[in-house]
Write a protein of this length. Structure first.
Ligand SMILES: *[C@@H]1O[C@H](CO)[C@@H](O)[C@H](O)[C@H]1NC(C)=O
Length: 172
């Protein structure tokens, strides 16, 4: 009986140590999102809020829809690699924080055809804000991760900003 148990244990140990272990791969990725509510090529628009569709995004309760260019470098003239499409809701009573839920849809470069789903808060008065990567498609299927957002440039008067997103992803 104990011999049988010994063989059983050995078999299990053999299986555990010889089968390939599926360690997640980790990928780090930096890209820039250009968020322009006014001016040439504006790609963000408020659609609802306490004072109607034209409510300011810096006011609590305002909802905006974005279709922002995503570039490889901090300049809007650097290589376009995708679009950031989704929703921002000003969800902090003092107006200084957004809730964001959007897709980064890669249209060019290494991850063309894949996407990341981003969700989290953006308390934009902070230098660095951390958000979640909840899923993805294509190359990023089964992805989980986090990202850190920094404001590279922001002009409050014209509501134009460039955001640096540095995401760290685990996938298979
Ligand atoms: C991106 O974030 C990782 C870890 O979160 C860090 O090690 C790396 O230096 C960052 N890269 C850039 C370009 O900020």
């Amino acid at each position: 009986m104990s011999n049988l148990f010994f063989i059983f244990t050995l078999t299990i140990l053999y299986a555990v140590y010889t089968f390939p272990t599926f360690q997640p791969k980790q990928t780090s990725l930096v890209f820039y999102v250009h968020d322009h509510f006014t001016g040439d090529h504006s790609t963000a628009a408020t659609v609802a809020g306490k004072t109607g569709a034209a409510s300011n995004i810096l006011q609590f309760g305002t909802v905006a829809i974005v279709d922002d260019p995503v570039t490889e470098g901090s300049s809007i003239d650097s290589a376009l690699i995708g679009r950031a499409q989704g929703i921002y809701v000003n969800s902090q009573l003092d107006g200084k924080g957004l809730y964001m839920v959007f897709s980064v849809i890669f249209t060019n470069g290494e991850f063309k055809g894949s996407s990341l789903e981003i969700q989290g808060s953006d308390i934009f008065t902070m230098k660095e804000r951390e958000f979640g990567i909840v899923s993805g498609t294509g190359y990023f299927r089964f992805v989980k991760g986090y990202g850190v957002m920094e404001t590279e440039f922001m002009d409050i008067a014209t509501l134009r900003a460039t955001l640096k997103l540095n995401v760290t992803l685990q996938h298979y």
